[in-house]
Design a protein around this ligand. Structure first.
Ligand code: SAM
Length: 231
């Protein structure tokens, strides 16, 4: 299957394993992953965030309940909300999530946004699990036509040592453990380049106490709600 499907499948498998009730997808783009996740019966709250409102709106109707969802109401309730905003800013609507996914997001962030990202995601949102995927630049020589970066909007592409040192430092700073994996196997004989997409799975080490979650006054809401569906 194409690489993006392997990334989404990786998240679906993780949802099957950990059964999170509340999942947020940061940099959700055209909401394909959210659309897949709405069929996971453990999930009760789904949220998407993107800095580009138009890309989110392209296919967001797919997140609306179908007539069958009303005729045969499910046991669980499901709320899907899309927000317009940046991962460089904190908003109270992102509190209380179990799983936060950032699929092919960080390489699109400007240096100043990337510097704020750990405090927003790990410090403030502080979900039990964070998944971050990003290109592995060591794989690039195997991709036809890729000279500098895989996509013109990428601000950087990291090799495994670069990604893993950033991830380990971030995990250490916010009391998470991180494990590395990936999707997109290299061809036989080229195993030394690693996966095409590198993935870090961060798990919070200590359960969050209500104190640590609310010790600070929550910030003002800055994200704009662009879509909401209640099943
Ligand atoms: N996660 C999706 C996927 O895997 O198919 C889309 C990845 S797309 C390559 C990166 C997305 O991140 C774009 O939709 C872009 O608008 C969004 N993005 C870039 N900077 C952002 C920011 N500061 N805050 C939120 N989203 C951002």
């Amino acid at each position: 299957p194409p690489l993006y499907k392997q990334r989404y499948q990786f998240i679906q498998d993780l949802v099957g394993k950990y059964k999170p009730k509340k999942v947020a997808d940061l940099g959700c783009a055209d909401c394909t992953l959210l659309w897949m996740l709405k069929f996971c019966s453990c999930i009760e709250v789904l949220a998407g965030l993107d800095i580009c409102a138009s890309v989110m709106k392209e296919n967001m109707h797919r997140l609306s309940p179908l007539p069958g969802d009303y005729l045969q109401p499910a046991e669980r309730s499901l709320t899907v909300t899309l927000y317009h905003g940046s991962v460089a800013h904190k908003d109270p609507c992102m509190l209380g999530f179990d799983l936060v996914t950032c699929i092919e997001l960080i390489e699109h962030l400007e240096q100043s946004e990337l510097e704020k990202f750990p405090e927003v995601v790990f410090g403030f949102m502080a979900p039990s699990i964070v998944v971050i995927s990003t290109p592995n630049s060591e794989f690039n020589p195997l991709l036809p036509g890729v000279t500098l970066f895989r996509h013109p909007d990428h601000k950087f592409e990291w090799n495994r040592v670069q990604f893993q040192s950033w991830a380990l430092e971030t995990a250490r700073g916010y009391d998470y453990a991180v494990e590395f994996t990936g999707v997109g196997h290299p061809p036989t004989g080229m195993e030394n380049v690693g996966f095409c997409t590198q993935i870090g799975v961060f798990v919070r080490k200590y359960p969050q106490t209500s104190e640590s979650a609310w010790s600070e006054k929550p910030p003002e809401a800055v994200y704009k709600t662009v879509f909401k569906a209640v099943y």
